[in-house]
Design a protein around this ligand. Sequence first.
Ligand SMILES: [Zn+2]
Ligand SMILES: [Zn+2]
Ligand SMILES: [Zn+2]
Ligand SMILES: [Zn+2]
Length: 252
Amino acid sequence: MAKLDLTTEYILKGLTEKTDREAVKGKDHRHQKQCEGTHFRVEESDLVSYFETLTCFCKRPVSRYYTLEYGAILECASYDETKPFFNPRFVCGFHVHEIAWLRLYEQLLQGYTICSRLVELRACPLFNFTYCALFKVHNDYPSVPVGLPTCFCRKPIKMVHEQQVIKKQQDTLLKYLERTSIDQPNKIITNFICANRNEQGVTKCDWMNSADLSVFPKPKNKLHSQVDHSTYHEYTASLKLDVSAYLATTLF
Ligand SMILES: [Zn+2]
Ligand SMILES: [Zn+2]
Ligand SMILES: [Zn+2]
Ligand SMILES: [Zn+2]
């Protein structure tokens, strides 16, 4: 059966020749001037690992489910019952909306910067959680993981946002300065810690994990209404032109 799974090939088709780098630069610059978010460029080698391999935080091929609201949703490989890495109890927090995700990829390839306040993130707290964990940014949109692990005290842990401390090694100092002064703002890491960690006079523990390395109890329900593939296919077949048009528009 033919299906509308959007592939990176689709995005890459003819992209580089068509891109007007100067126009992108100007547009991105204007965006940064009026946006309160933080912005930085993603290294090309990182783009490959984030987008082309389409893996979850476990570094395994994402599993996909379909919705009529957001198109395909890409999640942790552990959801995929047909694969050997299926796990009935635990998952990572990866959750992105495929259309928005591939469109972002397209924008980054064209030369746009990562924006901590990407509009699509407002729509879904799980998507926002994933984006912030992956790119080490923070915004004021709702952000929640798929579940909350418990710490050694057996209490639900707390999500905190901490500034990343960058180690300035001498041999990379020049590169570091170049990058930080131009487009590398301080990264914000999302961590989970014992809820009592900073409290005085209460039981607490050293439990700590960064958001992208955390393992969560598998949720019983999906956040978005799931439809089977043929329903999705019928629906999207009628929208196919709209989706192409949507992808052809720019983020900013
Ligand atoms: Zn995973
Ligand atoms: Zn922005
Ligand atoms: Zn979502
Ligand atoms: Zn604890």
